[in-house]
Design a protein around this ligand. Structure first.
Ligand code: ZN
Ligand code: CU
Length: 500
């Protein structure tokens, strides 16, 4: 037998299935796992004694569409052991576009600095491939993006022709390998759409497969109604559903994730196919302008907001609004108003503390719950720490410290379950023939270090990250090998279509 490219020796292998670990050598050749068991000669050796080897983690909810081009090293994900990301969430995607040269339409400031020179997903994928990103990516197509292209920010219903245009864009993107369709019905312009509009656009999912992923219309008082709407969309379209960043926002709704999960369990028992994701933090984050209307800024909201990035007032970054208000001698809602009415104020990304810690535990206990960071990769300012810390935080805090779920189960959700759901073919398992996306870590030491005060810090306890068979990160050092690639939904990569 000829020598493999890389041998990882004596690891405790958690293969992603949820089964207990076993000790083995893993041999890698030509980007794939060639051998699990005992491995002979290798051109490169890594001693993994005492460490756990798992499939690379899949970040099921990201806004990395622009980051793959602007920060192809993707250090904030790679250092967490993340080897693949799902992009195009919350209704915002980098494709389609009307013409090359447009700024990303309807992106609500989520893709800062992204300049667009493609019109469709295939063009975007080609651009990403030539940027040689550190991680793989699968892509959803965003409703807000398409609606902004078709109708601008009009609050009316689309005409028949506009509806057909949006459906056609989705159809074409699915043909080119999109893994599904996303909505952000809380955001503009998605919030102007009816349930029927969403169902009509999503129709191609039934034939072509692919998932309907949704930031629901309401995550607060109207949570359960929003869940009903989501279930109806899945039922009438006839497709799988992913509920994004499942939460019950605001103190008076805390605890209601239990009702929501019970309703989802019942739907699944009756033939629906719903899965979810969550991030392990009590604060959300997003474009400030989307959470308040300028004529009515709720004092209760202003009190729980911090500023992540703010081109208008960089000096506010990393600070809580009540604290800024105190130094200025004004009410917190006045600070929010000043930010939003300043030039480029609409580009402000905020952090809002609206989630109950007990609800995070309830979410993580659910067997259909995956992990999605929802990180916003704007590296200026002080981004929400979930961008750098999500996966190690789940393993350190919710697995090791609190025992909310076992390590085997956490790894299953981060790997094989996510790969099945989002159509990452031949990934998510440590098994012969699978692509060698791998993470080697110390389960007793892995830990996030990013905080709200100091969020751009990489985790500790991860010894090695391998992407498509190449060593991408070793003991915290990024190799810049750039071995990630865009992946088409359920396309068996053995065909070589995306191989370089
Ligand atoms: Zn969202
Ligand atoms: Cu999101």
């Amino acid at each position: 037998m000829s020598a493999v490219d890389l041998a990882i020796r004596g690891a405790n292998v958690l293969d992603g299935s949820g089964e207990p670990a076993f000790e083995a050598d893993v041999g890698i050749a030509d980007g794939r796992i060639a051998r699990v068991g005992s491995v002979g000669d290798a051109r490169r050796e890594i001693d993994a004694e005492g460490l756990t080897l798992a499939p690379g983690f899949v970040d099921t909810h990201t806004h990395d569409d622009g980051a793959l081009l602007r920060h192809p090293g993707m250090e904030f994900k790679l250092a967490q052991g993340v080897t693949s990301v799902v992009i195009g969430n919350c209704g915002f995607s980098a494709a389609p576009n009307r013409s090359a040269g447009d700024a990303a339409p309807g992106s609500s400031g989520l893709f800062p600095g992204l300049s667009v020179d493609w019109t469709d997903l295939a063009g975007y994928f080609a651009t990403v491939a030539s940027a040689r990103p550190a991680v793989n990516a699968v892509a959803l197509v965003g409703h807000n993006t398409m609606r902004a292209l078709a109708l601008g920010d009009a609050s009316r219903a689309p005409t028949g022709a506009e509806l057909a245009q949006m459906r056609g864009w989705l159809e074409a993107a699915l043909e080119q390998g999109a893994c599904g369709f996303s909505t952000g019905l809380i955001y503009r312009p998605g919030r102007y759409s009816t349930t029927e509009e969403v169902i009509a656009i999503a129709a191609p999912l039934r034939e072509r497969g692919g998932i309907y992923a949704t930031h629901m219309r309401d995550e607060a008082d109207g949570l359960l109604d929003a869940v009903e709407e989501t279930l109806r969309i899945g039922r009438e379209v006839g497709c799988a559903v992913q509920i994004s960043h499942h939460k019950a926002a605001g103190p008076r709704n805390w605890g209601r994730v239990r009702d929501s999960l019970a309703r989802i369990d019942r739907a699944n028992a009756e033939g629906a196919d719903v899965t979810l994701d969550v991030y392990p933090y009590t604060a959300g984050s997003g474009p400030l302008a989307e959470y308040v209307s300028i004529d009515h800024i709720a004092p209760a909201f202003a009190k729980v907001v911090a500023i992540a990035s703010c081109p208008a007032f960089p000096e506010y970054e990393g600070r809580r609004v009540p604290e800024i208000a105190e130094t200025l001698g004004v009410a917190p809602e006045e600070v929010v108003r000043r930010i939003l009415t300043a030039p480029r104020g609409e580009l402000t990304i905020c952090i809002h503390f609206i989630i109950d810690e007990a609800d995070i535990e309830t979410n993580l206990r659910h067997p259909r719950m995956m992990i999605g960071s929802d990180g916003i990769p704007d590296l200026r300012g002080k981004p929400h720490p979930r961008l750098f810390g999500t996966f190690p935080r789940v393993l350190a805090e919710y697995v090791r410290a609190r025992g909310i779920l076992t390590l085997e189960e956490a790894v299953r959700r981060m790997t094989s379950l996510a790969c099945e759901r989002f159509g990452l073919a031949q990934r998510g398992r440590v098994a012969e023939g699978y692509w060698a996306d791998l993470v080697l870590f110390d389960p007793a030491a892995i830990r996030d270090t990013a905080s709200y005060e100091d969020p751009k810090r990489e985790p500790v306890g991860i010894a090695l990250v391998v992407v498509n068979g190449q060593v991408a990160c070793r003991d915290g050092r990024h190799t810049r090998v750039g071995s990630g690639r865009p992946l088409r939904y359920r396309v068996d990569a053995r065909t070589g279509a995306l191989d370089r």
